[in-house]
Structures are given as C-alpha cells and as structure tokens.
Design a protein around this ligand. Structure first.
Ligand code: BLA
Length: 291
C-alpha cells in the first residue's frame, strides 16, 4: 500500500512537545479508547492525541490522512481550559484536498468580544499585530455563516486557498505562533475562586461544545467514509467535543439554538439558518466588529 503523506503530523507533534514545556501533561483515562481509531477503508490513517494538565481540561487532536478518498488531509486540534479559567479555546481546523485547503485557526472566545469589551481587551488586543501579519499571508476565506462568526475572535484566521506547499508552510508558522500565544495566556491565567464565575465559564464552554458537536462540518466525512455512523458519533461527542454530555446536562442544542427546531421537534440538518455573509473580514485593525 502507498503510504499516505502525514500532512499535519508535525503540527500535532509541535503542540504536544510545546505544551510539555509549559505544563505537565497527563492522559485522560475516559479517552483511552480513542487511541487506536481505525478507518473503514485501509487506506486512511487516523491519529489521535489527548491530554489534560493542571489548567487544561482537554488538549486533543485528530488527524486524518487518506491515500484514497481523493487524498484528503484533516487536522482538528483544540485545547479547552478547566472551567476555573476563562481562557479562549484554541482551535485549529484544516481540511485539505489536492485542490483546496480550508482553514480555521483561532483562539475562539469563551465570551462575546463585542458585548464583553474587557474580555476582548484582555485576551486579544495584544495579538492584533500577529493577526494582521497573517491576514495578509492567509487572506479572508470569503463568505461564512453568521453562526460560525459568533464563535470566532477578532484574530481569527479563516482562509481558503488552492493547496500548495508554500501556503502550507505559512500555515504551520501561524499555527506555531497561535499555539504559543495560547500557552502564554495559560501560563499567566489565575485560577478563579468565585463559584458563580466558574459556573459561568463552564456554561460558556458547554454552549461551544454543543454547537460544534452538532454542526461540525467534519462530522459528515467521518460518518460517510472514515469510521462509520456509530463510531463517528462517538468520536464527535466523546472525543472531539468531550464534555458536551457531562459538563452540563440540563441544556440541549435546541435550548441554545431554538431556530434550528423543525416542526416535528427534531433538529434541522442545515448547517446555517442565517445563511452566509461576511465577504470580507468583519473586524477592523483594532479588532472592533464592523459588520
Ligand atoms: C468546511 N470547516 C469548514 C468551513 C468552516 C469550518 C467555517 C467552511 C464551510 C462552513 O462555513 O461551514 C470550520 N466552522 C469551522 C470551525 C468552527 C465553525 C472550526 O463554526 C468553530 C466554531 N473539518 C474538520 C474535520 C473535517 C472537516 C475533522 O474539522 C473532516 C473530517 C471537513 N470542513 C470539512 C469539510 C469542509 C469544511 C469537508 C467543506 C465542506 C463543507 O463546507 O461542508
């Protein structure tokens, strides 16, 4: 068998090695069973990593490299802090075919950066120069749904480009810089002691997990071609967005996003209700939302 190119392997290795320099990583026993995920076909390699640390609830990564299936490569790496911290969520999502690369790289905010100015000032203002540098090299990926925008920060890198090696290098460098920025935030973060604020952080993270567990564009691919319907569901809810079923049990997707409810009470399969917009980057140089 032709060996697939492990396109995002070094991204994951960098993240784990770098995290080890900043903190002490340990395994997440509940996620052990995802260590050796196998695809349905034998031409696809799936790699997973998962860790926790004193300030990290979950650092997990999924990479997919296929020889068949049109040669797709996927990276989905995220870091979620413990609810005692209001840290943004590190989010690196790349989907690559021989033709096109689709990328979201961000420190997704736990709180709305328009309504909570202090949150924006605290976590994003110092990163605006970094974001400006990369927004030139990795230009805005054109229209995107309003639903996704609300989970993005003023420093998000949302880009689509014709796959090529030099852009891939730029992406690696952006990934390194953004990951390091998150780690620095973690180093500096102080533990919250107020139970009401901890609960608020927990709830905010749960809303995010609920959105992504239900609407992640990757879920379809996982279901159809890679691991099959049942395993895909398990991977999405209990690995990628682990916590969605245990951090909070009194809120469902439709409680948070009632506009997705169909007449028979089920959840609409549509990715977006509001539709796509934001042809250009909707934040100005100061990170103010201008759409
Ligand atoms: C496409 N992935 C996309 C798009 C976005 C994201 C914005 C463009 C299409 C769209 O607007 O839906 C990613 N969207 C995000 C992220 C957030 C969000 C990170 O709202 C966070 C809040 N992607 C994966 C994995 C796979 C994958 C694991 O992360 C595959 C296993 C695939 N992403 C994938 C594919 C597309 C895509 C196939 C293009 C097809 C499509 O648009 O449906």
């Amino acid at each position: 068998m032709e060996a697939p190119i492990m396109m995002f392997d070094r991204f994951v290795r960098f993240a784990v090695e770098r995290a080890k320099l900043h903190t002490s990583l340990s395994p997440v026993p509940a996620l052990d069973k995802f260590r050796n995920l196998k695809s349905k076909d034998e031409k696809t390699v799936i790699g997973t990593v998962s860790y926790q640390a004193p300030k990290i609830r979950l650092l997990r990564g999924l990479s997919i490299d296929a020889v068949g299936s049109g040669g797709i490569h996927v990276l989905d790496l995220a870091v979620f802090s413990k609810p005692e911290f209001d840290l943004p969520i590190f989010c690196a999502n790349c989907f690559t075919t021989p033709r096109i690369s689709i990328v979201v790289l961000d420190l997704n905010p736990l709180y709305n950066t328009v309504e909570q100015r202090d949150y924006k000032d605290k976590y994003y203002n110092h990163l605006l120069p970094l974001s400006q540098k990369y927004s030139k090299l990795l230009p805005w990926g054109q229209e995107i749904t309003s639903e996704s925008i609300q989970f993005f920060s003023p420093v998000v890198i949302w880009t689509k480009y014709a796959s090529n090696a030099s852009q891939h290098e730029v992406l690696y460098s952006a990934f390194v810089d953004y990951f390091e920025a998150w780690m620095k935030m973690m180093d500096e973060a102080n533990e919250e002691k107020d139970p009401a604020k901890i609960l608020r952080n927990r709830n905010a993270q749960h809303l995010y997990l609920t959105w992504r567990a239900q609407k992640d564009p990757g879920a379809q691919i996982l279901k159809k071609s890679l691991v099959g319907e049942h395993t895909a569901e398990d991977v999405v809810r209990n690995f990628l967005f682990y916590g969605v079923d245990c951090m909070r049990q009194d809120k469902t997707f439709l409680d948070y996003f009632p506009e997705y409810q169909l007449e028979d009470g089920s959840v609409s399969k549509k990715r977006s209700i509001a539709g796509k917009s934001f042809k250009t980057r909707p934040w100005d140089q100061n990170g103010n939302f201008i759409a």
